[in-house]
Design a protein around this ligand. Structure first.
Ligand SMILES: Cc1cc2nc3c(=O)[nH]c(=O)nc-3n(C[C@H](O)[C@H](O)[C@H](O)COP(=O)(O)O)c2cc1C
Length: 394
């Protein structure tokens, strides 16, 4: 997705400049070609060499460098840019961009580019809520600039308010989403479920499973990166909410069922990667069940099998099995009327719960099988979505 993309990272004079070093590093790791343009104020906080040694490219800080290279940098840079991201963006730079001022290399480059521009503001909360800043932000938004953040929280001054630079993972999510806008899932709506549902026994205890949600979150993020609008229905996980995805948080199998039914109406595909409880306690105690010397019996009742009762143009299920992987998966595929089932042997090394990798067998409606080698869950997600794209366009 980011491989070989030309990204201009504009860095301005905020206390949070150090976080942009991490962004530059992550963009380079993902394969992007990153040209950093720093304002003079930004260089007061972090030296250009920090960026240059990560990007392996010259960092641009001056409009009129003492050089005999007559390649006009703000034009050549802006010409080949796939995307410009300004992170962090000061109130001053936002004001300049809103008013067409081009008195340094960054403002000049932005004025000259036709690439999409993402702005991640960072400033004192009073500067941010000042009417003039708000007007500038609105003006830029109405011209198609994408704003992310600022977040609300503790600011460098110690005050609490809206002005914190948004998390770098979210900036990366926004970059991926903007770059993927015209991807092969553009205009499609995909519903993904993730995580392990939790079924209460009493106000303290619950029945759950070991699903981490990583496979479902990877699917949701990759679908977003390929242009889809994504609804992610998630049981509790420790994963951060992905940028640009409608997150519906639920706990129980019944809540997941209701959320799926609600969101499926105009969806092109439903991908159920969640580990939904098959059974739940029949009676939920209103008060904490007291410990006693006797054994405790909890009667369980079946939950609704969501995939069997809902319809979608494309239905994809998962089968996490410890025995008879293929035959169990095929049985599920037929019983639930699925287009695809993704079977994984949870006992295999590197597969299953909480791993960042997975080794899966994809089986389609006609019984055709594709065995994928062990690979990162993000790559598994791409493979599954390749199949979903083909099924949607049938
Ligand atoms: C210690 C310090 C921290 C600052 N942090 C911010 C900030 O987070 N956001 C902001 O808009 N301005 C901040 N400023 C003010 C800007 O650096 C100043 O407006 C500067 O002119 C911005 O120039 P630039 O937009 O060209 O980078 C800070 C100034 C100082 C001295």
């Amino acid at each position: 997705m980011l491989q070989d993309k030309n990204i201009i990272l504009g860095v301005t004079g905020s206390i949070s400049v150090y976080k942009a070093v991490d962004l530059a590093s992550k963009l380079v790791q993902a394969g992007a070609v990153v040209d950093v343009v720093m304002t003079e104020a930004a260089t007061e906080f972090v030296k250009p060499i920090s960026f240059g040694s990560l990007t392996k490219r010259p960092v641009i800080t001056e409009m009129f460098p003492d050089t005999t290279d007559y390649n006009i940098a703000h034009i050549s840079l802006s010409d080949r840019a796939d995307l410009v991201v300004i992170c962090p963006a000061t109130a001053n730079t936002i004001a300049k961009l809103a008013n067409g001022i081009a008195d340094d290399m960054l403002s000049c480059t932005v004025l000259a580019t036709e690439a999409p521009v993402i702005i991640a503001p960072a400033m004192n909360y009073r500067m941010y809520r000042n009417e003039v800043t708000q007007e500038n932000v609105d003006k830029l938004k109405s011209r198609g600039f994408v704003f992310i953040g600022p977040a609300t929280g503790r600011l460098a001054s110690g005050a609490v308010g809206q002005g914190r630079l948004i998390e770098i993972t979210e900036v990366l999510g926004a970059i991926r989403q903007v770059l993927g806008k015209s991807g092969d899932l553009s205009g499609r709506r995909i519903v993904v479920t993730a995580g392990g549902t939790q079924e209460p026994i009493d106000p303290v205890r619950r029945v759950s499973n070991r699903s981490s949600g990583k496979m479902g979150y990877a699917l949701a993020e990759v679908a977003r990166d390929r242009g889809a609008s994504v609804v992610l229905i998630s049981a509790p996980t420790s994963l951060p909410a992905p940028y640009g995805i409608e997150l519906v948080s639920i706990e129980t199998a019944q809540q997941m069922h209701d959320a799926v039914v609600k969101s499926i109406a105009d969806a092109d595909a439903l991908i159920m990667a969640a580990a939904v409880a098959d059974y739940r306690p029949k009676n939920i105690s209103d008060s904490k069940i007291k410990k006693s010397d006797d054994s405790l019996n909890i009667e369980l009742e079946k939950t609704t099998d969501i995939l069997s009762v809902v319809n979608a143009p494309v239905k994809v299920g998962f089968a996490a099995e410890s025995d008879d992987l293929e035959s169990n998966a095929k049985e599920k595929l037929a019983k639930k009327n699925l287009d695809l089932i993704i079977a994984n042997d949870i006992t295999a090394e590197g597969s299953g719960f909480d791993a960042d990798t997975n080794e899966v067998l994809i089986i389609d409606r006609s019984g055709q099988k594709e065995k994928l080698p062990l690979m990162p869950k993000i790559d598994v997600a791409h493979k599954i979505l390749d199949r979903v794209v083909a099924l949607i366009s049938k």
